[in-house]
Write a protein that binds this ligand. Structure first.
Ligand code: ADP
Ligand code: MG
Length: 237
């Protein structure tokens, strides 16, 4: 497998407090790499460093072997990193389609090309089994569909590393099945997923590799097949 991301010795301090301390994380192409840890373990902070929302206190980030400086979320998007946050960030007054194209620059022929653009987005959605209704206001769609819109939005911006921060927390069991089907399609096309969860059953089902975080530090990184739920639970606490 080819290395996509390497985070090296990342620390993030808030005042004297270390939310992340000397964290190493390597993610390969076409894998689901899970961050597992209790509340407050530092999972979201590490991902906010990765998308350029926070600057690390120390450490380096490499993408495909090249050192990068992720100074803003815009830069992270340029490098193909997308994140679906725990709390979705869609604009309520807009439709699904408008949310997806928001902030992506289009030329002056945009209005002529609106239908073409819609078709492109629908094709992208179909390719990954993302069931969405482009013309609906986001206030009228389910939470599960809002999540699919966030995923599609990231893919439309060219993400090949997709961070899903506790995506199953807001979903029903059936919706979780649907999400996992989408994740499997994504990795089949060589996308990489960083999946955040503390639900052991899900983690064991979907992960390729698992990194356990505790109190801001990496306890261990394991391949799915070389661990069990009991091992992971012991490492978490
Ligand atoms: P997780 O996502 O694993 O639940 P977080 O990364 O959100 O954990 O938080 C890790 C720790 O860092 C927590 O103790 C949290 O209170 C603290 N923390 C997170 N963000 C900030 C912030 N902006 N300022 C101060 N402390 C923070
Ligand atoms: Mg979190």
């Amino acid at each position: 497998m080819k290395e996509l991301l390497r985070m090296v010795n990342i620390s993030k301090q808030f005042g004297d407090f270390y939310a992340n301390k000397n964290v190493y994380l390597t993610v390969y192409e076409g894998e689901v790499h899970t961050l597992l840890g209790e509340n407050g373990a530092g999972k979201s902070t590490l991902m906010n460093v990765l998308i350029g929302l926070y600057q690390p206190t120390e450490g380096e980030i490499y993408l495909r072997g090249k050192k990068v400086r992720l100074d803003s979320p815009k830069t992270a998007v340029k490098y193909g990193i997308g994140m679906v946050h725990q709390h979705f960030m869609l604009v309520e007054a807009m439709t699904v389609f408008e949310n997806i194209i928001l902030g992506v620059t289009h030329d002056s022929s945009f209005f002529i090309n609106r239908d073409k653009l819609k078709k492109e987005i629908q094709e992208l959605a179909d390719r990954y089994d993302l069931e969405i209704e482009l013309d609906k206001p986001v206030t009228e769609i389910s939470v599960g569909e809002q999540q699919r819109v966030e995923i599609l939005k990231a893919l439309y911006r060219g993400a090949d590393l997709l961070i899903l921060d506790e995506p199953t927390a807001v979903l029903t069991d059936i919706e979780v099945k649907g999400l996992f089907q989408i994740i499997r399609k994504l990795i089949a096309e060589n996308k990489s997923i960083i999946f955040i969860s503390h639900k052991m059953r899900e983690v064991l089902e979907i992960s390729t590799e698992i990194t356990v975080l505790r109190a801001g530090q990496v306890v261990k990184t394991l391949k799915r097949e070389e661990t069990t739920g009991q091992d992971l639970a012991n490492l978490m606490i």
